[in-house]
Every structure is written in C-alpha cells, then in structure tokens.
Design a protein around this ligand. Sequence first.
Ligand code: NAX
Ligand code: ADP
Ligand code: K
Length: 527
Amino acid sequence: MISAYTGTQVRAAEEPLLAAGQGDVLMRRAAHGLAGAVVNELKSRGSRLNGSRVVVLAGKGNNGGDGLFAGAFLAGRGMRTTAVLTGDAAHPAGLAAFERAGGRVQRLSEEALPGLSDEAARADVVIDAVLGTGAKGGLRGSAADLVEALAGAHRRGLVVACDLPSGVDADTGEATEPVLPADLTVTFGGAKNGLLADPGADFAGRVVVVPIGIEEHLPEPSLRRLEDADLARLLPHPARRAQKYSRGVLGVVAGSEDYPGAAVLACRGALAAGVGMVRYLGPPSVADLVRRSCPEVVCSTGTVSENRVQAWLVGSGMGPHDHEQLTRARDAIASDLPVVADAGALPALPAMLAPHVVLTPHAGELASLFHRLGHGEDREAVEAGTLAAVRQAAVRTGATVLLKGATTLVAAPWGTTFSQADGTPWLATAGSGDVLAGVIGALLAQAGPDVGRFSEVGIKGDSRWAAIAALGAALHGRAGRAASEAASGGPIAAGGIADALPETWGKVSMLSNYEAWKRNSHSQPLR
Ligand SMILES: NC(=O)C1=CN([C@@H]2O[C@H](COP(=O)(O)OP(=O)(O)OC[C@H]3O[C@@H](n4cnc5c(N)ncnc54)[C@H](O)[C@@H]3O)[C@@H](O)[C@H]2O)[C@@H](O)CC1
Ligand SMILES: Nc1ncnc2c1ncn2[C@@H]1O[C@H](COP(=O)(O)OP(=O)(O)O)[C@@H](O)[C@H]1O
Ligand SMILES: [K+]
C-alpha cells in the first residue's frame, strides 16, 4: 500500500525532530535521497555522470535547501552543477555546501532569464526545487517565466521534482500553471496527496518516496493506493465446497433499446470477475442480445424484489426515458444490498444514500450530479480538483464515490480515499466504463460478510466498499494495460478489457496463493 499525506501532516510529523534539533539531519537525508535517485535514473538510462550538466532551480525555502544540498552531492560525483536562485534569498547552509562542492551560482532576473532558460533546457538534469510543502499558490514573477519557457522548450534533459513539482498543491493535487512536468518526483517522509491525484499526478511522473526518519510520527494516511500485495490479499477466492449461489449472484439492470451493448459489456465485465452467476433484467430485445453474446447470463423478468441476488449493478447504457429500467434501478438502490450505480442511474438517485452504494461517475457526470445537488461546479472545476470533488460528492450523497479518469479516485463519506492509476490511456474508449461497472458489481456480489481480508490490510468497517471499488479499478486498469501489451502497445476495444481480466486476476492472486502454499507446506502430498 502506498500511503499519502497532506503537507500539513508531514510537517507535523517533522515537528518532534525539528524540536530535537534534527532539522539539518532531515534535510541531509532528503537531499541524499534526491541525489541518489538522480544518479540511479541516469545510470538506468545508460547516461554517464562525470561531466554531465545539472541545473538546480532553487527557491528560498527549505525545498530550495534540499535542492542545493543535493546539487552539492552531485557535484561531488563529478557533475557540472549550476544553481539558479529564483528568490531574493537562498537556504544559507544549502548554498554554502553547494559552493564548497564547486557549484556555480546564478541569480534569476529578467535580464538573465533567456540565458538561464537556455542553459536549463540544454542541461542533462533539471532539479525543480523552487516550491515544496510551504508554497502558497503557484510560481510567480521570473520563476514562473523561467518554468514556462522551460516547459515549452524543445530539448530538455531529465526533470526531477524535489518533494513535489513546484505549483502543485501538496494537499489537493490542484496545479497552478506554469508547472514543469517531471519525469521523476522524489518525495520525502511519505508521498503527498497531490502526487496521487489529478492534475498534480500529470506533472509528477514516477514517484519515489525517500524515508527521512519521520515515518513513526505520521498519522493515518489521507490517501492510499493498493499495490500488488494488497490486491492479492483482497481478491476473493472460492471455498472448496463453493456453489454458484454461495459465490455471489449479481443482478444487472443495464442497457436500453438505444444502448443495448452496454448491457453486454457490463455482463462480460462481471463474468470475467469471478461472480457465481449474473442475472440480467431489461427490455426483451436487449435480453436477446445478452443471451446471444453471453450464454452464461440468466435473463429474468419481473421486479427487483422478485430476483434473489447478492448485489446489483444499475444504470450503464440507460437513458432518462427508460422508465421501467429506472424503476428497477431505484428499487435496487433501496434494497439494502450493495449496488454499483453507473451512468444513467446517476440522475435518478435519491437524496441520501449509504456507503454500500458505489457511484461511478466520470468528471462530466460528477459535475451534473453537483448541479442537481444545487452546487454549480462544471466539468473543468471537477477536473481541476479531483480529490476535493470526489470527497465532496461522497459527503453530499452519503455514498461511496468512484471518480473515473487517468487516476481513478474512490472516496467514502468519512474521507477514506483510494487512488489507483493502473491503466493506460487506451482505456478511454466507449464501453470501458460499462466493463468497470460489471467488475465492481461482481466484486460487491462476492463481498459477503467476511471483513477479515480487509482488516488484514488496515481497512476497517464500511471503508471496505471503497476498497472494493478501488480493487475493481485496479483490476480493470491492469486488464486494459495487459490487453494493450498483448497488442504490442496498440489500441484496445472495451470487450478486450473483459477478455484480459481473468489472466490479470490470476497473476495478481499468484502472490497470495504462494503465501497459502507456504502456510500449508508442512502437509504431505497424497501418493
Ligand atoms: N522542515 C524540514 O526540516 C524539512 C523540510 N523539507 C523540505 O522543505 C520543504 C518545505 O519547506 P518550506 O516550509 O521552507 O517551504 P518551501 O520551500 O516550500 O517554500 C516556502 C518559501 O517560499 C516562499 N513562498 C511560498 N509560496 C510562494 C510562491 N507561490 N512564490 C514564491 N515564493 C513562495 C515562502 O515565503 C517561503 O520562503 C518541503 O517541501 C521539503 O522539500 C525536507 O528537507 C525535509 C525536512
Ligand atoms: N487517460 C486515461 N488513462 C487511463 N484510464 C482512463 C483514461 N481515461 C479514461 N480511463 C478509464 O476508462 C474508463 C472510461 O469509462 P467511461 O468514461 O465511463 O467510458 P464509457 O462511458 O464510454 O464506458 C474508466 O475506467 C476510466 O478510469
Ligand atoms: K519542488
């Protein structure tokens, strides 16, 4: 699990060490980690260190101090280092260490700007150490002009952000441009929220966390990301004496005369994600298509209450005039069973929901939801602050809310939030969201009363609904990536995501099978 924190949480964790006079030690650890990450990255790219050119953009605070100390370490490795001081001052000890190591110091001014931006554009490495967790707003003045010129420059070497890209808000992921997009962000003590939420994540590149000794003082994370080992623990496994009903039945209320394919794709997503059975409810013509495309699905008639299931999927491919389907969707939401409510069901929600209802809007659908709640946010506002938006939606609806995108965020009403970025931009294809709804529906149907596997990874109580949705997003993203890789990195169609899902699941669960094998390895094989 990757844990992320707000800037305030990290600064509070630093406090006891700062009070004990350990500030310099923390900064040296951070700078050492930053320099080491630069060296490793250059080596992995086959670039030589000796004689290569490094430009450190150093602000006047501690973030600039980290950059200057890192520059000193790199100068010690034979790299030609220049520090561009962007403010009217610089971290005194950092600057002294940098100069002692033989670094060259330039002050940024309007006159010097063209020459310095040219130099930075031609450097092998640029370290962005202008603003860190102490920033208020974005870059200003000539620092902003320099970064703007550099961001648009033709040739740039490796860009490494110190703690976070300057201009990205550590707490929210909001970005005040210009921001220099980094290839690598080296962040200290713990990841920052802003690196794991769009648009901040767009600028962060690969994120490396450097421990600096404050970790034991960190509180509960503000944001979490499930990794391989967590996914392996959270995936359900059928018991030896399982039968289809005990494994979970998902009821699917999706599709319409206009969008019959959505029903098929939702069912395919569910069938690929381990459910015992899928029951489909919808118009006869759509049911016919579902039967022909997925003979495994049982098509039923009647009302929601007449069909026994463990979870419902409602809304994919439904419009505002599909009255019969919308009635079923509302009944499912009122049923007390776990529900994933997608697309066409979102405009038909009751005012107050519960966390076992998982809403799956994209940014446009979330903006419409806010409008209906009397909150005038448009799509751009949601996209500019995805973390705040998803959390607010969860608070206002009482539901678990999954906001789709390049980074998918899932929030519970009390603030527990997951961020998954397992996919590929090829997932942005029609029907991809229907498959995701199917996958999450299948996982909800298999959830059962067992909360043990969730508490094993530190997820308590009703936060498991958010974890299940995050698990679904992770599987969907990875399956999409696997499907594209199988096509040598080429495009995928939505059905291909469902086709790739069982193998993705198998690879993830191999980890936990191995653990189980280790536990049972004392038993004798039968002869
Ligand atoms: N507290 C510590 O001892 C440690 C801090 N660390 C580093 O210190 C950073 C935080 O340092 P600071 O609190 O000094 O803050 P920053 O270095 O993020 O920047 C704050 C400085 O820039 C000015 N400033 C704020 N917003 C600005 C803007 N929009 N435009 C121009 N100037 C602006 C402030 O007046 C202040 O002088 C972290 O991100 C991390 O890199 C690490 O070295 C680890 C230890
Ligand atoms: N740029 C991207 N990178 C990775 N995943 C993406 C990107 N854009 C969209 N996705 C994912 O693709 C899916 C698209 O869902 P959605 O917008 O509902 O599509 P549709 O309505 O056409 O089915 C979501 O799971 C989303 O997270
Ligand atoms: K920075």
